[in-house]
Design a protein around this ligand. Structure first.
Ligand SMILES: Cc1ncc(COP(=O)(O)O)c(C=O)c1O
Length: 417
């Protein structure tokens, strides 16, 4: 039986782990050690030669364990398993989603390069792009999620930014407004500006729908990045990140990780391995619950607008076309405006009993937050409003509770607004 032919959910308990190497333990133990003993000096030398790329590996030669900043069994097994969902050749894990995102930029952008990115976007990513990258001499060019890619391409040409374009960074669906961006169209744009010496890479933050409901690598993206704090971890008890793609692209990211030292600790990797076993079940249940909650909110008199990907009949033609092309389910994120301005939104948030008022998403428990004053507080208020992140907007991440209880909580919270 070729294990790679099995479904990812069947492999999450075993792939990449050999019990005989760990006293027969069915579960991979936590390798709580900072360093590994070499059998001989020659072995240590050989491992370092491979680690530093001083020579190519011999056929069937594998790099051994050296030091926990470079590699650990927990990290290697985790990377092998996580990548299966996206059918990625390789995966690199990090100690946060932001560590994964910033390491991609540091590995691939240099002074003079241009980064094209969408808005709206997760607030931390916006901060890194707009406040840190320019100080390193990197040009940043923003577009709106709903812009026509052909117009975006024309704008880049007209402003003479094509030669320096090095990366297209997409977050789709966007956090917190659930706008969709056509990944394939931006891969075509990247191809237009790629030359023999310069490949324009397309990176997609797939935190909102991945790894179950959207697979950017399959529609042409080069790198897919995750806050693994969210659905991968799934229990609000760890912070982690991951990047996936072809071995060639991930190698440079792993090299940067060795020197930034932003890899996850063995215990975090162990927790993620535990979480992977229930990932599909959790995401399916969350998605089903969200359909029920969204149905309740859809025509509620206190709800002004709702951003949810499960109402195909309400979508404009552009969004529907993209949804059908690249998404297989609407996921478990809803953003909606509560009538009554910030006061109305805050009253709703303060009235909830079961749903927790906390940032983050993708966990077993439902969470709610107020993007304008929390995750996106660092943005210019006019720009926030323009992008639909209004004072009335709240963001819900639906968990695995009974949907009737979630609806009961939301009903009573809205009734007092
Ligand atoms: C879409 C998205 N990307 C990236 C991140 C950053 O991840 P982390 O908090 O794990 O650093 C977040 C965090 O909320 C997010 O929502």
């Amino acid at each position: 039986m070729n294990k790679k032919d099995l479904h990812p959910e069947s492999l999450m308990m075993s792939f990449g782990y050999q019990p005989e190497l760990s006293e027969g333990a069915v579960k991979c133990p936590v390798f709580q050690t900072s360093t590994y003993a070499f059998k001989t000096a020659e072995e240590g030398k050989a491992y370092f030669e491979l680690a530093y790329g001083l020579r190519d590996a011999q056929p069937s030669e594998e790099m051994g364990l050296i030091y926990s900043r470079l590699n650990t069994p927990n990290m290697e097994i985790l990377e092998n398993r996580m990548g299966l969902w996206d059918k990625a050749e390789d995966c690199a894990v990090f100690d946060s989603g932001m560590a994964a995102i910033s390491t991609i930029f540091l590995a691939y952008l240099k002074p003079g390069d241009t980064l094209l990115y969408n808005q709206p976007l997760y607030g931390g990513t916006v901060h890194f792009i707009e406040h840190i990258l320019p100080s390193m001499g990197i040009n940043i060019v923003e577009f709106d999620a709903w812009d026509d890619p052909k117009e975006v391409m024309k704008g880049i040409r007209q402003k003479g930014q094509g030669d320096s374009l090095k990366m297209v960074y997409l977050e789709t669906p966007t956090n917190p407004t659930n706008h969709l961006i056509d990944i394939e169209a931006y891969c075509n744009l990247a191809k237009e500006f790629s030359t023999e010496d310069k490949k324009v890479l397309v990176t997609v933050d797939n935190t909102y729908l991945g790894p179950m409901w959207q697979h950017p690598l399959q529609v042409g993206a080069d790198l897919v990045v995750y806050s693994a704090t969210k659905f991968f971890g799934g229990h609000s008890d760890l912070i982690a990140g991951a990047v996936m793609g072809n071995t060639q692209w991930i190698a440079k990211i792993k090299e940067m990780r060795v020197f930034l030292g932003n890899m996850p600790a063995p215990w975090t990797c162990w927790l993620l391995l535990r979480s992977l076993e229930t990932l599909k079940m959790r995401m399916e249940r969350q998605e089903k619950n969200t359909r029920e909650v969204a149905k309740f909110l859809h025509h509620h008199p206190k709800v002004k607008t709702i951003h949810y990907l499960g109402f195909e009949e309400d979508m404009d033609a552009r969004t529907r076309r993209i949804y059908r092309k690249q998404c297989s389910a609407p996921g478990s994120m809803i953003a909606f405006e509560v009538r009554g301005g910030e006061a109305g939104a805050f009253a709703f948030l303060n009235n909830l009993h079961l749903i927790k008022l906390a940032v983050s998403l993708g966990s077993t428990e439902s969470l709610v937050q107020h993007p304008a004053s929390m995750t996106h507080a660092g943005m210019d208020p006019d720009e926030r409003d323009r992008l639909g992140i209004t004072d009335e907007l709240v963001r819900l991440s639906i968990g695995v509770e009974h949907p009737d209880d979630l609806i009961m909580d939301i009903r009573q919270a809205l009734s007092d607004v």
